[in-house]
Design a binder for this molecule. Structure first.
Ligand SMILES: C[S@@+](CC[C@H](N)C(=O)[O-])C[C@H]1O[C@@H](n2cnc3c(N)ncnc32)[C@H](O)[C@@H]1O
Length: 205
């Protein structure tokens, strides 16, 4: 996938509309996946836990953490779009244990720290090699760390033939194929929803 085209998609015009469109999308096709994310956070977060979020966008997941009244020790959100990050930073100004950094997440070699929780939602379908990112991130988990993902997967054929050109052309997003998912290390739980449009995965260290 061409990273600069994805960056353009999330530049100022679309970044402004992102939260609104995501709420509509959640209602239409992703409510079960988002419910699973909420349960994952409720079951695994407490004031001792550090969080790394890959492709944090406008920080809707961090908003979810606060709206669920959950505690955490530190949060680091990474994204390569300055426009999405500007919105994220605007929501969480002056919170000392929250940090956002502009970074391309396709290489994580320069991160020399481990995290208890890694999150990556609705990002993998923008990447050339989702398994490369997933397996690099899995190595950043602490001994009992957990990684939760939500992503577009390749839909069943009766949805794929009309949805794929639309998603690819408009959203620079290509459903992650099963053969790619099989390369993810240490999958603990996997669920698919809505004609396989959406997949959630929980990964252990
Ligand atoms: C659909 S949004 C998801 C945002 C957020 N995770 C959420 O669930 O609301 C995809 C995000 O991934 C970011 N992204 C895509 N490819 C990336 C890359 N290679 N490095 C860093 N961020 C990337 C985009 O800038 C965008 O903010």
């Amino acid at each position: 996938m061409n990273g600069s085209k994805v960056k353009k998609l999330y530049a100022i015009g679309n970044a402004k509309w992102y939260d609104y469109s995501k709420r509509v999308w959640n209602k239409l096709a992703a409510s079960k996946a988002e419910d699973q994310l909420s349960s994952f956070l409720q079951n695994n977060l407490d004031e001792t836990k550090t969080i790394l979020e890959l492709g944090c966008g406008t920080a809707l997941n961090l908003e979810k953490v606060f709206s669920l009244n959950l505690k955490f020790k530190e949060y680091l959100g990474l994204d390569f779009s300055p426009d999405m990050l500007r919105i994220a930073k605007g929501k969480f100004m002056n919170i000392p244990h929250v940090e956002f950094k502009q970074k391309d997440i396709t290489t994580l070699e320069d991160i020399n720290k481990e995290f208890d929780i890694v999150l990556c939602t609705w990002v993998l379908s923008h990447l050339q090699s989702p398994s490369h990112l997933v397996n690099q991130a899995q190595e950043l988990l602490t001994a009992r760390g957990k990684f939760f993902l939500i992503f577009f997967s390749k839909p069943s054929w009766y949805v794929n033939f009309w949805a794929s050109p639309f998603a690819g052309g408009l959203f620079r997003s290509y459903g992650v194929r099963d053969e790619e998912i099989r390369k993810f290390k240490n999958i603990k739980i996997k669920h698919s929803f809505s004609a396989n449009i959406t997949t959630t995965i929980e990964i252990d260290k």
